[in-house]
Design a binder for this molecule. Structure first.
Ligand SMILES: [Zn+2]
Length: 200
């Protein structure tokens, strides 16, 4: 793509693409000169020579799963090996060492989302608040049933409290039970009518 031929819209797209693919690389704390880590959570082993003089080219370090977190196996100059979690390395490299008493937090609670923007050092209490907020959002984000009836007011199943906050469409629930009793298929138009009756 040439800059001269770009309209303003494609300039915007090009910028968005640049930002989306932009990665900054920094040395891994404690492994400077051996490993680098990128702002999107990739880890590279830098080119090195072993004691026999053999050259090992730079390569990306394979990541393994550790209870949902991403982990890497690192070795230091003395041949000591250690398994570490990638999000901790990211925070150490880009934010700074862990403040005393703080833990590494993922804003979205997705343990494998190691984009720098999703990570921070914070208190254990704040980490628990993340979990509460993210759990609540999963339920409140559902605003309509699959048939398009708003999940609010009189159209909520009375069992909402017993269902641990899982909200169900009362109109569709009624139609499902009635159809089953009458030995017929679920009828969307009857569910729609039931919804109007509840909310009129
Ligand atoms: Zn419904």
């Amino acid at each position: 793509m040439g800059l001269r031929t770009m309209g303003s819209q494609s300039m915007t797209d090009a910028n968005a693409e640049l930002v989306a693919t932009f990665e900054e690389w920094r040395p891994v704390l404690g492994y400077e000169g051996r490993y680098m880590i990128s702002s999107s959570g990739k880890v590279m082993a830098l080119e090195r020579r072993d004691k026999a003089g053999k050259r090992w080219p730079a390569k990306e370090v394979a990541q393994f799963d550790s209870l949902g977190y991403r982990g890497v196996h690192l070795s230091d100059a003395h041949g000591k090996h250690r398994n570490v979690r990638v999000h901790v390395l990211l925070l150490e490299a880009f934010v700074g060492p862990r403040p005393p008493g703080f833990v590494a937090c993922h804003w979205d609670d997705n343990r494998s989302n190691n984009d720098l923007a999703n990570l921070r050092w914070d208190t254990p209490r704040a980490n628990r608040l993340d979990a509460t907020r993210n759990g609540r959002n999963k339920q409140t984000a559902i605003t309509h049933c699959p048939q398009g009836h708003p999940l609010e007011g009189k159209n909520l199943e009375a069992s909402v409290l017993r269902n641990k906050g899982h909200r169900r469409c009362r109109a569709c629930g009624h139609e499902t039970r009635t159809a089953w009793r009458q030995g017929r298929q679920f009828d969307k138009s009857r569910a729609d009518a039931r919804y109007r009756w509840y909310t009129s």
